[in-house]
Design a binder for this molecule. Structure first.
Ligand code: 1HE
Length: 267
């Protein structure tokens, strides 16, 4: 009997799908019925995928199926965590997304619809962002009674500046795709439906470079250009865990899950 073909990519949860196209891999968030909300299984799957990229893959394109890139943290899992569990949860996100930012190959994120909360944190871990006209950005943690925990306090200010992030978190401001392009969320802005093709085109271009140059751009450039972010991630995870444990957070999350909380709509 013939041996089963060796699996090229690690086994992924059903919320993720992967396809190889020549030298690049296309990773899809594949949970559109939940607006690609990021549950623990998906975050761990993202980590597993980026940690074990097969040889020969030179760039990755990441996008979301359905109408939205990602509605962020799966709020239905955020129920009764202790502070210690909250820190552990946030550090799990940090570890997973570090495998993107400081992984083996450059990652192009293709954004459309909601790119909010943890979805924006995921997008911010990529090296290049292509936005479709439908994309919009928000950090609604304040209205849910929680705090960012997936690396936003380190990565988002690098893109748009600390004061804009403060405004987003304090006032719930959303940026549309054109505004997001102007302030630095995206590098490229394309018509709706054209993002994936643009992302693939860019990834193929990246894959033509000398791998060592790409590696240096990903690993050396940021460490020269920026300070050490380790303390920032740790502080964020502490704050995320404390905020999650509050009665306020519990009430607000219950409101969302029982359909009383406001949706995060375009501004
Ligand atoms: C979810 C989630 C979610 C949708 N967790 N289940 N993120 C947010 O605060 C954004 C919350 N979501 C929304 O504002 C809206 O869902 C959207 C504007 C993104 C899309 O609206 P819509 O009308 O297309 O979809 P929907 O009817 O709201 O959602 C469809 C289903 O997905 C529904 O479940 P169903 O079982 O009733 O069908 C929703 O409950 C579910 N769903 N978003 C769980 N986020 C590491 S810290 C990061 C902290 C954060 O990310 S805070 C931001 C959380």
């Amino acid at each position: 009997m013939a041996k089963p073909a060796k699996r090229e990519f690690p086994k992924l949860p059903t919320s993720l799908a992967v396809k190889r196209q020549g030298d690049i891999a296309i990773l899809s968030l594949a949970r559109p019925h939940k607006r690609n909300a990021l549950d623990d299984t998906t975050v761990i799957g993202i980590e597993r995928f980026f940690a074990a990229l097969p040889k020969g893959i030179k760039a990755v394109v990441m996008h979301g199926r359905g109408e939205h890139f990602s509605a962020g943290l799966d709020l239905s899992e955020l129920t009764e965590r202790s502070v210690a569990e909250g820190v552990e949860h946030s550090r799990m996100w940090h570890r997973a997304f570090a495998h993107i930012e400081f992984g083996k190959v450059p990652v192009v994120a293709v954004l459309h619809g909601a790119v909010v909360g943890g979805g924006l944190e995921l997008a911010a871990a990529a090296h290049i962002r292509v936005a479709e006209r439908s994309a919009y950005y928000a950090l609604p943690e304040g209205s849910r009674g929680i705090y960012v925990g997936g690396g936003a306090s380190v990565r988002v200010p690098k893109l748009i500046g600390v004061t804009r992030m403060m405004d987003m978190m304090l006032t719930g401001r959303t940026y549309d795709a054109a505004e997001g392009q102007a302030i630095g969320f995206s590098h490229y802005l394309v018509a709706s439906g054209k993002g994936l093709a643009k992302g693939i085109e860019l990834a193929e271009r990246i894959a033509e470079n000398a791998p060592l140059t790409n590696f240096a751009v990903m690993h050396v450039l940021p460490r020269i250009a920026e300070g050490d972010a380790a303390g920032g991630y740790l502080a964020e995870s502490l704050m995320a865990a404390i905020a999650q444990g509050s009665a306020d957070a519990k009430a607000r999350l219950k409101d969302f899950l029982e359909k009383r909380g406001k949706k995060v709509l375009r501004g």
